[in-house]
Structures are given as C-alpha cells and as structure tokens.
Design a protein. Structure first.
Ligand code: FES
Length: 104
C-alpha cells in the first residue's frame, strides 16, 4: 500500500462507525455505512467544520456546526449552507487494515 495512509484495523471501523486519518495536512474521514467504506475530506465547505462525528443518516453526514449535509459517497454538498463539494478520496482494505490517501 505504497503511498497510502493506514487508517485503522478493519475491526476498528465497524458499520455505523467512522475514523479520521491524516495524509500530510489533509484530514480524511472514513465512514463505514452498512459494511461499505467511504472517505471524504473532513472539512465542511461552508466554514471549515469537522464532519466526523456529525449525525449520519443514510449516506449523508451532517456538519455539527451549522447543519450542512454531505454525501459520503461523493463528497457532494446536499443542502445549505454548504454549496461546494468536499473532496472524495479512495479507500481500500488490505492486510486487515483500512487505507486511504489524498489523491489530488
Ligand atoms: S461549518 Fe459546516 S455548516 Fe457551517
């Protein structure tokens, strides 16, 4: 997994849970939604809030600061006050661990 960042063991990211890892200065939030893993930048495009820890409903995570929602599958902003997407990153499972990277 050269160039990838180890997030955690797979056993530490069960359905309904999230983890945050850093690739350099980039905070990446990885979500397990019903057994599928999704990684987006842990930054709300409204005013920089951290998305990890916000309420999750279906495939959306709500920013705890002012309520913008983002699709964890695509990074798309789903409602005001955010209009721009947050970045989406690749996620992989290898050697019983979860991996991601900032591929921009
Ligand atoms: S910082 Fe996320 S909604 Fe304002």
């Amino acid at each position: 997994m050269n160039g990838w960042i180890r997030v955690c063991a797979t056993s530490e990211l069960l359905p309904g849970e999230f983890q945050v890892a850093f690739d350099g200065d980039t905070a990446i939030a990885v979500f397990n939604i019903d057994g599928e893993l999704y990684a987006i930048e842990d930054v709300c495009t409204h005013d920089g809030g951290e998305l990890a820890g916000g309420p999750i409903e279906g495939f959306s995570v709500e920013c705890p600061r002012h309520g913008a929602k983002f699709d964890v599958r695509t990074g798309e902003a789903l409602c005001a006050p955010a209009y721009l997407p947050t970045a989406k990153f690749p996620v992989a499972v290898d050697a019983d661990a979860v991996w991601t990277r900032d591929d921009r």
